[in-house]
Design a protein around this ligand. Structure first.
Ligand code: JB2
Length: 220
C-alpha cells in the first residue's frame, strides 16, 4: 500500500495561495501545479511548480490522484471562493484540509474538509470549523465555538467560547467577539471591532475609525 500523501493542485496564485503553498512545501507535500489566470512568477514560493491558467486545466489530473487546495482568500461578501470550490467539487475533485505545523488544534475539535488553519492559529476543545473556512494567522477560536462553512476568521481575530457563526461570515483582523454570541450568514465584522451583541444575517459591524489630523485639517 502507498502511504505517500496525495499531491496537491493549488487553485489561485495570489497572496493566500502563496501562504498555503509555503505551509504545504514545509510539510514536504508535493504541489504539482498552480491554476491561476494571472502571472505567478514574481512569488518565489511557486518556483518549480507548473503554472496552468484555466480552471478546466484541472482535467489534466485524475481526480483520484490529486487533492485540491483553494488558495483564493474569502474576502467580505466575495462569492468567488465558494463558486470556484463548487465548480471543482461538481467535477468530482476533493479538497485537502490544510493545518500549519505551528497551529494548535485540540484533538477534541472538528476541522471540516477543505478548511485552512494558518500558522499560530488556535482552535480549542469542543470547537468546530466548518468546511472551506479559513482560520488565518494567529486567530483564536475558543472552546465550543461552532464556525459555519466559507467563513474567514482574519489574522489575530479572537472568538471567545461558544460563539456560533452561520455560513459566509467574515471576521476582520484583530476583532473580538465575546462569548456565546450568534452571527448570521453573510455578516461582516470590520477589523478591530469588538462585538458584544448577536448579529443578524448580512449585517456589518463598523469599528471606531481612526482620525488623522494633517496641518490642522481633519481626515478620517
Ligand atoms: O476563476 C479563477 C480565479 N479568479 C481569480 N480561477 C482561478 N484558478 N484563480 C482565480 N483567481 C486568482 O486568485 C487570481 O489569479 C489570483 O492569483 C488569486 C487572488 O489573489 P489575490 O492576491 O488578489 O487575493 P488572495 O485571495 O490571494 O488574498 C486575499 O485574501 C487573503 C486571505 C488578500 O486580500 C489577502 O490579503 C488575504 N490575506
Amino acid at each position: 500500500m502507498n502511504d505517500e500523501p496525495c499531491p496537491i493542485v493549488m487553485i489561485g496564485g495570489g497572496g493566500h495561495a502563496s501562504v498555503l503553498t509555503d505551509i504545504l512545501r514545509n510539510q514536504g507535500r508535493e504541489v504539482l501545479a498552480v491554476i491561476s489566470p494571472e502571472d505567478i512568477s514574481k512569488r518565489s514560493v511557486f518556483d518549480g511548480i507548473k503554472h496552468l491558467e484555466k480552471n478546466d486545466d484541472i482535467l489534466d489530473f485524475d481526480k483520484d490522484n490529486v487533492l485540491l487546495v483553494n488558495g483564493i482568500g474569502m474576502m467580505p461578501r466575495s462569492e468567488l471562493k465558494q463558486k470556484i470550490t463548487e465548480y471543482f467539487l461538481l467535477l468530482g475533485y476533493r479538497f485537502e484540509t490544510v493545518i500549519a505545523e505551528s497551529a494548535f488544534i485540540s484533538p477534541f475539535s472538528i476541522i471540516e474538509e477543505g478548511s485552512q488553519i494558518l500558522p499560530m492559529a488556535i482552535v480549542q476543545t469542543g470547537a468546530r470549523v466548518g468546511r472551506h473556512s479559513i482560520v488565518n494567522t494567529g486567530a483564536l477560536v475558543e472552546h465550543d465555538c461552532n464556525i459555519g462553512a466559507y467563513n474567514h476568521i482574519a489574522p489575530n481575530a479572537t472568538l471567545c467560547g461558544h460563539v456560533k457563526t452561520e455560513d459566509n461570515v467574515y471576521i476582520g483582523a484583530g476583532s473580538t467577539v465575546i462569548q456565546s454570541l450568534k452571527i448570521g450568514s453573510g455578516a461582516v465584522i470590520g477589523a478591530g471591532a469588538s462585538l458584544t451583541k448577536h448579529l443578524k444575517p448580512a449585517s456589518t459591524v463598523y469599528p471606531a475609525r481612526v482620525e488623522i489630523k494633517v496641518e490642522g485639517k481633519r481626515r478620517t
